[in-house]
Structures are given as C-alpha cells and as structure tokens.
Write a protein that binds this ligand. Structure first.
Ligand SMILES: [Zn+2]
Length: 274
C-alpha cells in the first residue's frame, strides 16, 4: 500500500490496537512517558431511552445515534462500528470532548435532503454536514447534529470530519476560526477527503479563504473541491508538524482554540502556540 501522508499516519497510529472495552487506555503524557487514564465510554452504547425522530423516519441505533429506517442488521452493525471508529479518532486529538452532537446516518438522498442537504449534493456518497434545528419527537431541538452518508466505505472518516467540526465549534465559534483552518484540521484528523501527497499542491493560496462564503465561492468557481481541501490540510499539517506527538498536537489545537475564543487574533494565536 502506498504511503499516503507520513504525518497523518504517525498521527493516527498512536492508539492502534486499543479497544474500547479496556478499562484503561495508555496515552503518552506531555513528557513522553506512558500514563494510564480512565477509558472513555464506548461511542455506540445504549444506556437510556432515546427520544425518537419519527417525523423523518429515523431509528435509534444507540445513545444520540440514529439511522435511516429500513437498513438491515449488517448495515446497522457497520454504522455502529463507524461510530466507534470515529469516536476513537476524535479522542486521539481531543482527550476531553466538549461536544455531543446527534449523529444521523442517512443512506438515501431523500433522508439527507430532509435534514437540509441541497438537492445538488444530497445523492453524493461522501456527503457529511452539520444540520441545524433537528427536532425530536418530544418537541425539543437538538443543539447540534451531524448528518453522514452511510453505510458506505468512507462513513467512519466522513463522520470523523464532521465530529472535528462539531468539537472545534464547542471550543471556539466557527466563524472565529478561518474556514481554511476549520476544513484543513477536519481533513487532517479524519483523512477525509483523502489526499495524495504526490499531487502538486494547489496553486491557490487557501489561507485567503477565511470565510465560509469565500470557501464556497472558490469551490464553485474552480470546481477543485478535493484539491482545495487537501491544500488546506497541507497548511494545517505544516503547523501540526511543530509538535512531535499526538498528545502535543491535541494540546496545541486546544490552546489555539481557547486563545481565539478569548479574543486573540487567529494569526497571532497560531504563531504563539509552540
Ligand atoms: Zn468540513
């Protein structure tokens, strides 16, 4: 298998082989020695009755996780595994998570459209997005929800990408962080979309795509969606390269987001984290 992206491989390799059933997980401390920390809860478990979303034909898979109705047992198992894999990927970066978005798995375009996907994109099998205003049957509205295509081969990675956005947003408002960094960080952590390091870098300065509007205008005008995500990822990877371990990278990201949330200009905060 080709070596896609050395930085990411070392990033994602840290917790390989650990299972959620373990009582403790071993992580590297700041100084590099191994320390035992309590294992986080499994990502797809049922511990309580969940509120239903019958208006959009979603069945409950486990706590805070829903699947489009009509999937068979194997497909539901695939989705459970995808949820757990995405949870592990996220925990490698954000040890303590602040976000608890509902996860909504949709296989059909109609399901994605029902949660707000534009008709031009709803059929894509790599689509994931945040959905506002997901109403539950008890009349409450979920404060945060992500919609992910699944089950498809990329479901775990697509979900990881969306969960990174949700988590970063819980540390600092989305618009306080330049869009290229939001997208680059989500792409870097999730390896989604996948990037080929052999391809020449995009000739666009992605760091000029600071707002969602500019980002989307650029994607529409250029048609270079993957290249743009990968260029943003490369920028974030360069910054992440300052830090040697997964733990230090996660800490650096948390420090950056906290600093911006307190009012520091993003560029200053980015330079200051060392
Ligand atoms: Zn994204």
């Amino acid at each position: 298998m080709s070596r896609r992206f050395p930085t990411l491989r070392s990033w994602t390799g840290g917790a390989a082989g650990l299972t959620l059933a373990a009582l403790v997980v071993v992580e590297l401390s700041r100084r590099g020695e191994e320390v035992a920390v309590p294992a986080p809860a499994a990502s797809c478990v049922t511990t309580r009755p969940s509120r239903a979303i019958t208006s959009r034909a979603m069945t409950v898979l486990c706590d805070d996780v829903y699947a489009e109705a009509g999937l068979d047992a194997r497909e539901l198992d695939d989705l459970r595994r995808a949820r757990e894999e995405a949870g592990r990927s996220l925990r490698r970066v954000f040890g303590t998570q602040r976000s608890t978005p509902l996860v909504l798995f949709c296989r059909s375009a109609a399901c994605k459209a029902a949660f707000g996907a534009p008709s031009s994109a709803a059929a894509a099998d790599d689509l994931g997005f945040a959905s506002a205003e997901v109403a539950l049957d008890d009349g409450s509205v979920a404060p945060s929800a992500v919609v992910v295509t699944g089950p498809v081969s990329g479901t775990a990675r697509i979900l990881t990408h969306e969960l990174v956005h949700a988590e970063m947003k819980a540390w600092a408002p989305y618009d306080a962080i330049p869009t290229w960094f939001n997208e680059g960080a989500a792409t870097f952590v999730a390896n989604e979309p996948a990037c080929d390091p052999a391809r020449p870098p995009s000739d666009v300065d992605v760091t000029s795509l600071t707002t969602k509007a500019r980002w989307q205008r650029h994607l529409q005008a250029s048609g270079k969606t993957r290249e743009t995500y990968c260029a943003a990822r490369a920028q974030v990877a360069t910054w992440m390269g300052r830090f040697e371990t997964d733990a230090l990278r996660g800490e650096a990201l948390a420090t950056l987001l906290t600093s911006v949330a307190k009012g520091t200009r993003f560029d200053d905060a980015l330079d200051a984290v060392r």
